[in-house]
Design a protein around this ligand. Structure first.
Ligand SMILES: NC(=O)c1ccc[n+]([C@@H]2O[C@H](COP(=O)([O-])OP(=O)(O)OC[C@H]3O[C@@H](n4cnc5c(N)ncnc54)[C@H](O)[C@@H]3O)[C@@H](O)[C@H]2O)c1
Length: 358
């Protein structure tokens, strides 16, 4: 079995989860080096995961290590520049964090240039590996809720934080049928200057190619699905996101921080319920295992591959385009806007902080 070499950049909390994932699949991957602008952080990371070489410059690391897989977990302001370094040094795979970019034009550069270079991409929308997500996936695929008619996704954290996750999960539960069009509204400017720039609240209606309808609510006015106190940026806030798949004979619902429930044609009038919570230490090894299986040709594609991530990103950014231009936006986008949609939201939306007081 091939063992793929890996170099990791970004030694923060998310970099550590990726390292855990590779360590759990040490028979398939060999992490040879790590890198952070903060070299102290990189050294501590190397000690923790038994990584042999430490760098503070990605260009130097990739030049010296020539890894098969380049994994990076930085904040969203650093994406294209690192992808360009991966292309320059001939890596075969880039595994990176959501959101794939902060703007559509940047995402277009990332995905088109990697496609041209033959680089495989995976994006960490890994919550789908949680046991509660998998239980709902099995219920939906078994046909117990009948034919899927509507998918309703909600997330309290803002769009570039959890919205890209939940758009991805809508596509996942809908068997990757692409979004055909979106009609959306966006309000609130408080999070436009966040590290994950977003409107404070976005609501969208959409249709998928297979006729299923979707509703997406993300941000300050999305409903709560995790009970109890849930203040902004507290731990429970980050897991207050949910997806409900409605069918002709029932429904199934999974909440990141609150298990799953389903009412199906076989549940004899009772609610099926089960546990599950956000646990990257559980999810990341499975996501990395699928990466090995994809590279080995054992599975046709990775459930978090670049194609689905780019489509999901187009869908959420199309929501901003719909809100800004007050029109339906069809996908795939015929033309990718080259200007900044975030700047346009700042110029166009009435100024308000929709999270204030919540
Ligand atoms: N998939 C998930 O479930 C999930 C959960 C939380 C966060 N995230 C995402 O993970 C990403 C990273 O989050 P984090 O909390 O680990 O961030 P962080 O800021 O704590 O860590 C990022 C690290 O990257 C380093 N870095 C930045 N630019 C660099 C460069 N050019 N070269 C080398 N190192 C560089 C920084 O010095 C920092 O140590 C974000 O995009 C966030 O949205 C994903």
């Amino acid at each position: 079995m091939t063992r793929y070499s890996v170099a990791i950049a970004g030694c923060g909390p998310r970099g550590a989860y990726h390292a855990e994932g590779f360590a759990a699949n040490a028979d398939r991957f060999d992490v040879t080096a790590c890198c952070d602008l903060d070299v102290g952080r990189a050294e501590e990371f190397a000690r923790r995961f038994g990584i042999g070489k430490v760098y503070s410059d990605v260009d130097a690391m990739l030049a010296a290590e020539k890894p098969y897989v380049f994994c990076f977990a930085t904040l969203p302001d650093v994406r294209l520049s690192l992808v360009e370094l991966g292309i320059k040094h001939g890596v075969k795979v880039i595994a990176f964090e959501k959101p794939v970019a902060t703007e559509l034009a940047e995402a277009q550069q990332i995905f088109e240039r990697c496609r041209e270079a033959g680089i495989k991409l995976v994006v960490s929308h890994q919550q789908k590996y949680g046991p509660h997500f998998q239980a709902v996936k099995r219920i939906v695929e078994s046909g117990e809720i009948g034919k899927v008619t509507k998918i309703h996704a909600t997330a309290r954290p803002w769009l570039s934080q959890l919205g890209t996750h939940f758009m991805d999960y809508m596509l996942y539960f809908n068997g990757r049928s692409p979004v055909k069009w979106v009609v959306a509204q966006a309000i609130g400017t408080g999070m436009l200057t966040d590290s994950h720039p977003s409107a404070d609240y976005v609501i969208a209606d959409m249709e998928f190619e297979n006729g299923v309808r979707g509703i997406f609510e993300c941000g300050a006015h999305a409903p709560h699905f995790v009970p109890g106190e849930n203040p902004l940026r507290d731990i429970k806030f980050w897991t207050d996101s949910s997806i409900t798949i409605h069918g002709t004979h029932g429904y199934a619902e999974v909440t990141t921080g609150n298990g799953y429930r389903a009412f199906t044609r076989n549940s004899q009038g009772e609610m099926i319920e089960g546990d599950g919570n956000f646990n990257p230490s559980y999810e990341q090894p499975l996501y990395i295992r699928d990466l090995a299986d994809w590279l080995d040709g054992k599975i046709a594609t990775h459930p978090c591959d670049g194609d689905i991530a780019y489509h999901g990103f187009q869908a959420v950014m199309a929501m901003y385009m719909s809100a800004l231009d007050r029109k339906r936006v069809d996908l795939p986008l015929a033309e990718i806007p080259q200007g900044s949609l975030i700047a346009r939201l700042g110029e166009t939306l009435p100024h308000s902080d929709e999270y204030q007081g919540q």
